[in-house]
Design a protein around this ligand. Structure first.
Ligand code: PGA
Length: 257
């Protein structure tokens, strides 16, 4: 991470886990273990939609933001079951994850819908976290860089340089998600650096230097420090380890020193 140039963002992705009744013990377990945030570091928890209002209340004043895991590409209207960017920001949500690989794999998200959702999110105050990453067979075939740059380029169609600066990109190799297999710090750094050069080629170097690029995929309290020490890794998107206050606190503290 490069604290002079851009923010470090540690975001938990709770996926379809936790109940409203779990929030109190999570918050009281987490908060005493994390001290005030440094200017370069932000932390957030992305919860299921139904928990968002309660999570916003529970984390109020703590410095920990709250994010959603998905949103509609449409502004409003007859889209049963969907949630809009305006509805999220209206209740004080800070972040929204867009194009997580589980949404691409199980719910038909495409590069096109990711671009539409990003465009819609950027019309609101939400900070989008756009996920990209290769599958195991894509890595083994040697097309990681091509694939990830294609995903990044497709997501960013029509996005202005100033909107780019407030967009977070999460590099999440699909084979590392929830598997306990982490990319080596060097492999993760290599892809994050490649993503930054794609952004530099689409915009310019100063825009690329300002963009927060997270790593995600089995990040935990043991490997966070080494991953976060890489110059182009500016934080993490953390699934499993974000469900445990002790592990999540340790990762936040590794970034917030
Ligand atoms: P994991 O999930 O940390 O459990 O691998 C990361 C993610 O899917 O965002």
């Amino acid at each position: 991470m490069n604290r002079e140039l851009r923010k470090t963002v540690i975001a938990g992705n709770w996926k379809m886990n936790m109940l409203a009744s779990d929030l109190g013990s999570f918050v009281s377990g987490l908060l005493p273990q994390i001290s005030g945030f440094k200017s370069w570091c932000d932390a957030a928890v992305c919860t299921p939609f139904v928990l968002l209002p309660a999570a916003t209340d529970a984390f109020k004043g703590s410095g920990v933001g709250v994010g959603a895991q998905n949103m509609s590409q449409f502004d409003s209207g007859a889209y049963t079951g969907e949630v809009s960017a305006a509805q999220l920001s209206d209740i004080g949500i800070d972040y929204v994850i867009i194009g997580h690989s589980e949404r691409r794999q199980y719910f038909g998200e495409t590069d096109k819908s990711v671009n539409e959702k990003l465009t819609t999110a950027l019309k609101s105050p939400l900070i989008p976290i756009v996920c990209v990453g290769e599958t195991l067979s894509e890595r083994e075939t040697g097309v990681t860089f091509e694939l990830v740059s294609l995903q990044v380029k497709a997501a960013l169609v029509g996005v202005s340089a100033s909107d780019m600066r407030r967009t977070v990109i999460a590099y999440e190799p699909v084979w590392a998600i929830g598997t306990g297999k982490t990319a080596t710090p060097e492999d993760a750094q290599e892809v994050c650096a490649a993503i930054r050069s794609v952004i530099a080629s689409l915009y310019d170097k100063s825009t690329a230097d300002a963009v927060t690029i997270q790593y995600g995929g089995s990040m935990n309290e043991k490997n966070a420090k080494e991953l976060l020490a890489q110059p182009d890794i500016d934080g993490g998107l953390i699934g499993g380890a974000s469900l445990k206050p002790d592990s999540f606190a340790a990762i936040i503290n590794a970034a917030n020193q």
